[in-house]
Design a protein around this ligand. Sequence first.
Ligand code: AMP
Length: 284
Amino acid sequence: MSKPTVVRTRQELKGALRQLPGRLGLVMTMGALHEGHLSLIRESKKHADSVMVTVFVNPTQFAPGEDFDAYPRDLEADLEAVSRVGADLVFAPSAEEVYPHGDASVTIDPGPVAKVLEGETRPTHFAGVCLVVHKMFNITGADVAVFGQKDAQQLAIVRQMVRDLDMPIEIVSAPIVRAEDGLALSSRNSYLSADERTRALSLSKALRAGKDAASAGATSTEIKEAASSVLTDANVRIDYVELVDPVSFESIESGEGVLAIAAYVGSTRLIDNTILEVRGADAK
Ligand code: AMP
């Protein structure tokens, strides 16, 4: 596949976008690209004539003390990865290019979905996500954007923002890409030592246990217990194990749900989830 055009500024982006024919697909990333990101690019090509990728570690979605400075950055490797799947354009702006006026004074309140799970531990995170997503939608004029189910709560919030604010863009989701041993691919996996990486497998194993319990007709409480019972490693500290509605992110007792886990493996915070059907006590 050929190398994508790479642009750093809005001005360059404007010119490059004029060269792209037809419906524009957008894949937003923070770089350190892996197969999960590449699957989004492949999916985007099914829905658009041209595909662009943003590589931008967005400061406004990190709180003080989080890993903004440590977050892995390797644009050369990212361009190499993108050229393997064949996106047309990469926009890799600086923070000043995205936020030329400093902190935005008009911001987006992502509402109740942003207050639970990830939002409880990271209270300012989703407002920062909505801000950068909305800006990138405006800057690029994309027709369709693909987001990963890996960040299920982010996906739900972006869908709600697009719906509630009538944003003229289609949102498509793509399934979680995992390593062969089950670990969900994440740029943050690079923080893990070999020992921690082995311990991190307990997240996907816990989801598997929860899913098996659901298939066997367990209640939502039993499903969460089945998942939690796998997370016994003292070096894996659970932040939450929750079973929620995929749209409202409220707890559910029956129907389709997202079983979501966040846990610290050493000092690295990882998230993972799976979709399952809670048939509940009545089905027993
Ligand atoms: P990030 O670079 O972590 O901000 O992620 C950029 C996009 O890639 C988001 O829509 C993520 O949900 C998606 N993504 C990250 N990891 C995976 C994965 N393992 N499988 C599928 N999509 C992913």
